[in-house]
Design a protein around this ligand. Structure first.
Ligand code: SF4
Length: 364
């Protein structure tokens, strides 16, 4: 089947394949397009934490919920440079900078992000950013600053998205991905499993991603890490074999993409992670935190690499390093209006009230 021709039925059938057969098929596809003994180490750095106006039910950075994350303003060039150099010294070839924004606003903060991108580009690391919704002009500016990839996850299927987030629409996600693509950025887009979605929702998300032309170069698969104070605080971790299954199906449906084993590794054994690598995961995120949630320690990860005989991937293994350019950019007729569906999600409303009450109490 050619890359964009997957159907929901075909993906669902794959998803229901007996696990070991599925892993074998995924491992075979993986070997056709990737070196199975290489896994990229990426570092996710929260350059601006907390205070986000959105209501994503899983996220401790949403200002409306009461969680114990430490908020911080945009990091300085020096802070980011130091973090990037440390990450590089420990084997990371990619730095993803995340800012808890609904969308990128033009102005001093965005200009500062452009400086951060240039700084990391000069360290010869793949620079990725996840800043919320993005116009085509902003995407071009990021590209000219030397950005390699833009991350914008679909999270889940379009139907289930409405159960998780009420402050923005799925079509805005797709529009942002399209804006980034038009600016010649590589795309990083995936989702989170274990949020109460059905298997069909997972397959639908993969179908949508697989139909992007070209498919995203990078597809992170996260397992929900439930955080106290968010509407998903009581959700149990997803069983490891569901994660392996999801990685394997993603591998087969998007054969050339790098499938990233992302959040949720702290509750996975090394054996479980090894099975994910076997099934086609080609990257992990390193660092003791993934934005705000816990992550395995890098030295433990390096030990696991040693045990499994894995080597960290070099930067720009698949695409060239973007040059920093000084060019004026404008995209004609672009739509900068983002939607705000505003439908009611009971759990989000309840935790918003709870958050308000707790903040009031903490001030007394
Ligand atoms: S996931 Fe992103 S957009 Fe949603 S609340 Fe968290 S920081 Fe904001």
């Amino acid at each position: 089947m050619s890359d964009q021709n997957w159907t929901l039925e075909a993906i669902k059938e794959l998803y229901e394949t007996p696990l070991l057969e599925l892993v074998f098929r995924a491992a075979s596809v993986h070997r056709e397009h990737h070196n199975p003994n290489e896994v990229q180490i990426s570092t996710l750095l929260s350059i601006k934490t907390g205070g986000c106006p959105e209501d994503c039910a899983y996220c401790p950075q949403a200002a409306r919920y009461y969680t114990d994350i430490e908020e911080n303003d945009l990091m300085s060039v020096h802070q980011v440079q130091t973090a990037a150099m440390r990450a590089k010294a420990l084997g990371s070839s990619r730095l993803c900078m995340g800012a808890a924004w609904r969308n990128v606003d033009d102005g001093a903060e965005f200009d500062h992000v452009l400086e951060l991108v240039k700084t990391v580009n000069k360290l010869d690391m793949e620079v990725c950013a996840t800043l919320g919704m993005l116009t085509e002009t902003q995407a071009q500016k990021l590209r000219n600053a030397g950005l390699y990839a833009y991350n914008h996850n679909l999270d889940t299927s379009e139907d289930y998205y409405k159960e998780i987030i009420s402050t923005r629409g799925y079509e805005d996600r797709l529009q942002t991905l399209s804006n980034a693509r038009k600016a010649n950025l590589t795309l990083c887009s995936g989702g989170i499993i274990g949020m109460g979605e059905s298997k069909e929702d997972r397959c639908k998300m993969l179908l949508t991603l697989s139909q992007l032309d070209p498919q995203p170069e990078s597809v992170p698969i996260n397992a929900l890490v439930s955080v106290e104070g968010t509407p998903m605080e009581e959700v149990e971790p997803i069983p490891i074999f569901e994660m392996v299954r999801m990685v394997a199906v993603t591998r087969i449906v998007m054969p050339t993409s790098v499938v990233r084993l992302s959040a949720g590794r702290t509750s996975m054994s090394r054996e479980g992670q090894a099975l994910c690598f076997m099934a086609g995961a080609g990257s992990i995120f390193a660092g003791d935190k993934l934005l705000t949630t816990p992550n395995p320690d890098i030295f433990g990860d390096l030990e696991m690499f040693e045990e499994l005989g894995l080597k960290p991937t070099s930067p720009y293994a698949k695409h060239e390093k973007p040059e920093i350019r000084e060019e004026e950019v404008t995209a004609e007729g672009e739509n900068v209006k983002w939607s705000r569906p505003g439908h009611r999600i009971e759990a989000n409303v309840e935790y918003t009230k709870l958050g308000k009450q707790k903040r009031k109490e903490s001030k007394v």
